[in-house]
Design a protein around this ligand. Sequence first.
Ligand SMILES: [Fe+2]
Ligand SMILES: [Fe+2]
Length: 280
Amino acid sequence: MPGLKVGSEEHKLLFCREFTRTFHPYEVRDVQWPHLDEANLERLRALPFWSEAVCSERTAGARVRAMADAERDPLLREAIAMQAYEESRHALLLESLMSHYGIAVPDGPGEKPRDAEWGFLRMGYGECFDSFFAFGLFHVAAESGIFPAPLVGIFDGVMQEEARHILFFANWVPYRRLELPSARQPWFHLRRGLGMSLQAIGRLRTALQLRDADAGDDFTMQVPESIGEVTLRKLGQICLGENERRLSGYDPRLLRPRFVPRLVSLALRLAPKGSDARTD
Ligand SMILES: [Fe+2]
Ligand SMILES: [Fe+2]
């Protein structure tokens, strides 16, 4: 990052201002849900993740809100509060879509963390994993028509907000560590490592469960059939490309999330070329 010192006041100004500058103002109540034909409606209702998605957006909203409330720096607080608003707006948008198209909306508020910083760290690393794969899967789902075309534009905005969230997080982590008194830095380092590892283990467990379920009938419940047209290698490449594209429009001096893209690039390099296992 030439000319910009990570952890400096200038760095903080840049990553907070880039975040607030790129805010997209809209109200969920103004969203006009398009008419879907029977085939699209059926496909939309069959997608397996609505309940989980709405619950995790509610939890994200509560966790980020708790961090904003605990933050004393006005600039950081403004940006983090804006992220909390966006997460809650994602939950509202999903609820609105679900009730409009006749999908049952689950109850329950987002779960508030007892320790704001720990909640924010865990969620941030979780978002770095999930968003990376969501960018690629969204691209595949939109191209193949699994995700109804009239809704792609609306949810593209949600994806781009997630890109802003992980960009902010990738800069907030080193800023936060360097801002702490040196005696507290190892503790933050440890929590950071633990937060990242727990998310990695969680994702690995899900992947293994999906692979186990692949042997039975449940797998089609989790992964729409048409994704089976795309090989795992191709999906990895698409995720890398989409991640790059979605993060490319922001100030080049800002740090980018690196861990997940590097891990996937490494996996692509190590996987034998002939082993283009299909996801089906
Ligand atoms: Fe979100
Ligand atoms: Fe997010």
